[in-house]
Design a protein around this ligand. Structure first.
Ligand SMILES: [Zn+2]
Length: 129
């Protein structure tokens, strides 16, 4: 059994076209949104994990419980509402300040969350790619 002579050329052309579409050899998923959704979900999970990591980094050195009390402003002790617990977005919306007392909130929080979101997004990209 022999393959048509042109099959090798077609394969070469499609591989070259795929590599050229990013210029960096990253996997591409044209005409498919499933991997993008997977990557975004992984990034959202990473951001949530980063948010929890922030809690661990703050409370463990102080000998505090990880589950109680609920997340609160360290300056005025006001409990944070659901909208203030959204990773990255809440910090940006509040411009890095407590909604209640206006105290400055470190940029370390959204940066840790963004770093975890990026790491998980990249891992998902290469796993589903
Ligand atoms: Zn406050």
């Amino acid at each position: 059994m022999t393959l048509p002579e042109s099959s090798g050329d077609h394969t070469l052309v499609s591989v070259r076209a795929c590599a050229d579409s990013t210029g960096f050899g990253f996997p591409t998923h044209e005409a498919s949104t499933v991997p993008i959704v997977t990557i975004l979900l992984a990034a959202a999970f990473g951001a949530s994990l980063g948010s929890f990591l922030n809690v661990v980094l703050w409370r463990v050195p102080r000998g505090e419980s990880l589950v109680s009390p609920p997340s609160h402003c360290p300056a005025c002790d006001t409990d944070l509402g659901p909208a203030e617990l959204v990773p990255i977005a809440s910090w940006l919306a509040l411009r890095g300040r407590c909604r209640h007392c206006g105290v400055h909130i470190s940029a370390r929080y959204p940066l840790v969350e963004a770093g975890c979101a990026l790491a998980f997004g990249l891992i998902a990209w290469f796993v589903v790619g």
